[in-house]
Design a protein around this ligand. Structure first.
Ligand code: PGA
Length: 255
């Protein structure tokens, strides 16, 4: 399985021309890599123009969200059909910044089901807001996964990517990133929840579980090697094409 490196540009950059420059710069590295699938998730308004830069060997595009309905009176929303009609092939769902704005597991579940009606890959974000001593955080993450994937067929479940993103480790306010041991513990729990849902431990190996939260060029190799993840979801560090390209090269080199 190729390593998955997903750039979440969030609400950046301010201009479309800048987004194109960033995409082109990152792509110079991305298209030469053998072991990495690079996904760029820009703001929705840039998907169309960046789609024109997509080739067979280039970075792939992803959306940061999509609504569950096809079309209709839903002011401000964008449907998976519309996302698919740009060249995007991934959709981030349930990011903690959206959950903080009121997105529930039930809404995430509806979005995933809608996205899966297209040849799109949902990147389902889960993660606890804090770590406590009574292991409530483990229960919370298990609950998020079960609710988010509720009602999916086995075949549909095999098409998702799970992104473990502890909320306390995300963004400039984070005091520290997750340690590889903390990451590994949760990734094993996530794989177990998936194996239980699929009643199969072999299939689960094909579902990528990635980590996000203060990943940069200094710690990303450690997450892959010791955190047992299949890739990373990168916020801030993906906004600097030089740093992000360096990260891609690090991932491409097999240990
Ligand atoms: P960060 O963001 O890398 O800036 O911590 C990660 C994310 O929110 O996905």
């Amino acid at each position: 399985m190729k390593k998955l490196v997903i750039a979440n540009w969030k609400m950046n950059p301010l201009k479309g021309a800048e987004a194109e420059k960033m995409f082109i710069a990152i792509n110079k590295t991305a298209e030469s890599l053998k072991n990495v699938e690079t996904v760029i998730c820009p703001p929705l308004v840039y998907l169309q123009s960046l789609g024109q830069l997509v080739t067979k060997r280039s970075c792939v595009l992803g959306a940061q969200d999509a609504f569950w309905e096809h079309s209709g009176p839903y002011t401000g929303q964008v449907s998976p059909d519309m996302v698919f009609n740009t060249k995007a092939r991934y959709v981030i769902v349930g990011h903690s910044e959206r959950r903080a704005m009121g997105e529930t597991d039930d809404m995430v579940n509806k979005k995933i089901k809608s996205i899966l009606q297209f040849p799109l890959i949902p990147v389902v974000c889960v993660g606890e807001t804090k770590r406590d001593d009574d292991m409530q955080y483990v229960k919370d993450v298990k609950h998020q996964i079960r609710e988010s994937l509720h009602g999916l067929t086995h075949e549909q479940m095999m098409r998702v990517v799970i992104a473990y993103e502890p909320v306390w480790a995300i963004g400039s306010g984070a005091k520290r990133s997750c340690s590889p041991a903390e990451c590994r513990e949760m990734v094993q729990i996530i794989r177990q929840v998936l194996a239980d849902a699929l009643s199969n431990t072999e299939y689960v190996k094909q579902i990528p579980v990635i980590y996000g939260g203060s990943v940069d060029e200094t710690n990303m190799r450690v997450f892959l090697d010791d955190g047992l993840v299949n890739g990373v979801l990168v916020g801030r560090a993906s906004l600097d094409p030089k740093i992000f390209s360096k990260m891609l090269k690090i991932v491409d080199k097999k240990p």
